[in-house]
Structures are given as C-alpha cells and as structure tokens.
Design a protein around this ligand. Sequence first.
Ligand SMILES: [Zn+2]
Length: 450
Amino acid sequence: MYAWLGMGLLATLVGTCPARAANSNTLSGEERRIVAAAAAENDRSIELLEKLVNINSGTMNFAGVERVGRIMMAELAPLGFQVEWRPMSAVGRAGLVLATHHAGGHGKRVLLIGHLDTVFEPDSPFQRYERRGNIAEGPGVNDMKDGLAIMVGALRALHATGALERADVTIVLAGDEEDAGSPESQARADLVAAARQADVALEFEALATKNGHDMGTIARRSDIGWTLRTTAQSGHSSGVFSAEAGFGANYELTRIIDAFRRELREPNATYNVGLLIGGASAAINADGVSASASGKTNVIAAQGIAKGDLRTLSNAQTERMVARMRAIVADHLPGTNATLEFDEGYPAMAPTAGNRALLARLNEINAALGLEPMGELDPMERGAGDISFVADKLDCLVGFGAVGQGSHAPGETVELPSFDRQIKRTALLIERLSKTPRDSGFRADAVAGG
Ligand SMILES: [Zn+2]
C-alpha cells in the first residue's frame, strides 16, 4: 500500500515538474490536450492551404505575395502575435511578414521560417488548387504553402490550450525565397536580426522522406554562383602556343574548367558548369542565362566565359574550395589572363551537434506520439534554403511542411494525411522548447530539475 502511495506522490511531483514532460517519450496531460487541439485544426489547415494556393504569389507578383502575407497576418494576430508587413522595394521585391509573440519566458526562443512566394508567376498555366482524395495539386502546394498552413494549425492548437502564452515565438515569412532580392544580405537582414533574438530555428519547407519514412533535415548545402572570365591577346591562329601569341582565351578557359574537374573533388561538395562560351568575342546576354560569341578558326580567341555553381556542406568548406578555385585560376597559360567572381548566394547549414540534438528532441515527440524515429536526411538530397542565412547563429531543423512531390513544376502535389502528424509534432516541439531553459543545451538532463 505504502508503495502505491509512494508511486502516487512521485507521479504528482513528476507531473508538476516540467522537466519530465519537456523531455520524455510520453505525453503529459497538457500535451494530450495539445494533441487533441492539433487534431481539431487539421481540416481548417487544409482549407487554409486551398485558400493560399489559389492566390498567385509568384515572386515577381508583388500584389499576390502581399495578399498571401496579409492572410497569414490575419491568422496570427488573433493568437497574440504582433504582425507587420515590411515592404522590400529597396531590394526589388514585394516584402515580408514579421510576427512576434513575446511571452517573456525563460525557455528557448523559437524562430519559425517560411516564404510566401512561389516559382509560378501569373503567366504560368499552373494556377489552381485541385484535390483528389488524399492528394492535392497546385502551385506552391508543397513549396511551401502547406508549411504556412501547418504553422498556423500548430500555433492555433497551442493558443487553444494556453500553452502559447509561455512561448517566445518569432516568425519571418519572406516574399522572395524563390528569387532573392539583391543584395541578398539586405534582403535577408530581417531574418538575420530575428535570429539574433532566438535560440532555435524551424523551417517549414517540405518534410523529406526516404523509402516512405519521414526524415529529419539537419543540414542544407550552400549554393553560390560563380563567373569565370578569361582573356588573351588575339592574333592569327598559326602562332598559337608560341611565346609571342600565347594560348588564347579558350585554352585558358578549358584548362581551368578541366582542373576544377580533376583537382577540386571533395565529399559533399559539387560544382557544376552550367554555361561555357568563348571566341574572338564572348558575352553573357541581358537575361543572364544565355550568351553569344563569335570567332573564326584562324583567329586566336580573346574572350571566354563560364558560369556555374558551388554547393558545399559548410561555410568552412566553401572558403577552402573558393581558395583552391582561385589558385587554379591564377596559374595562367602564357599570353592569357582570367578572373573568377562569386555571387553572394546561399550559405551552408552544416550538420551541427545542436541540430542533431534538436532532431533527437523531435524523435522523443515521435516516440510519445507512437511514430517511428526520423533518420537524418543526406544533405546531398536537399537544395539550399533561407534557414542557411542563420544556421551559424542558432540550432536549426528543416522540414515542418508536409510530404509532397514535384515542387517547382506544374503538377506539384502534397499528401494531405501528413498534415496531421506535422501539426502535432510542430505544436509539441514548440511547447517543449518553450519549457527548455534558454541557456541549456539539448541534453536530456539539462532541463530544469531534470
Ligand atoms: Zn521553398
């Protein structure tokens, strides 16, 4: 009997101590209420998805991007968020939504990241939302208006149960993720400023899967563009290779590109050459994605151009590879010269211990929900994203949107059943993070009283 009494007392103690609930593979009473509230939000979130998808918000359709932004603001304000539309004409884009919910708590401050725009402009034939059973099709249905609808569903569930009152949450919804304004550093300044006031960032891009299993994204590769230009004195081709005439711009161009291929290879790094041209004259056209050149077989080429990308797993790897690329470029063939320029591009989100521990916290929630643990997605299988601009400042996890296929092309679809588990996971993770002391790491025993 006493034993039972002891057990009862212990349960009450543990029940009231946030440590256990914030860190275990089981749900507390409050968490069961959050899960029920999240389930009740499912249908509404899917209706919100349809509403958002049926508003065109191609990046360059500023009015459409703002309309989607204002719908999100109207969803968040009643939950206690201070909401703001920030025009971005200074960088040639529509604007972004900044929403803040200050609880003045001591828990982790959470930054939620998403975007309002899609790759489908008003002239795209792909404009409407269409549901076929558990599958919905439409522009941005999986990139990433699903993530916006899931974010709202999770926050509404937390609000309905009172759990949101304890949570410090900031939301940044860019209006130009698909085609960033320029300069990028200015276009992403609000996101970086918000990250300085946060401890954890969650990005609501699609949930990745592997062989039907949900995967956690703890790393994203960088993506920066480069332009290589070679020049050389022109002349009659009969003198090519001589000390007087030199090798010409085309040999210098191909020397460098081939050296990149042979000498630069590293794990997790890729560098594609998307455009290459050379001749007596060579130039990139105004659209930036095509080029024109002229040249005669008996004239040594004077100009060469190549454009490509560089994707790495960490900013340190980027620095190292940029230095090696520059060294290769500097080793000119006789009579030639070359320059290599890099765009700002997207930095890397490296697979840090903090990101990995954040996934471990999510897997505790998966266990509590009776879901299987999520493995780590191979970063080679995922492109760059906005979270990378803040990945060096806080712990990050990507993939709070839904499961889907075919993003960035007509026929893009989403699996609606994945909404249910994503709304629940998101709500519980924000709730548990709000109970995790700000200065603690993510180790289980670091939680207050744990
Ligand atoms: Zn996206």
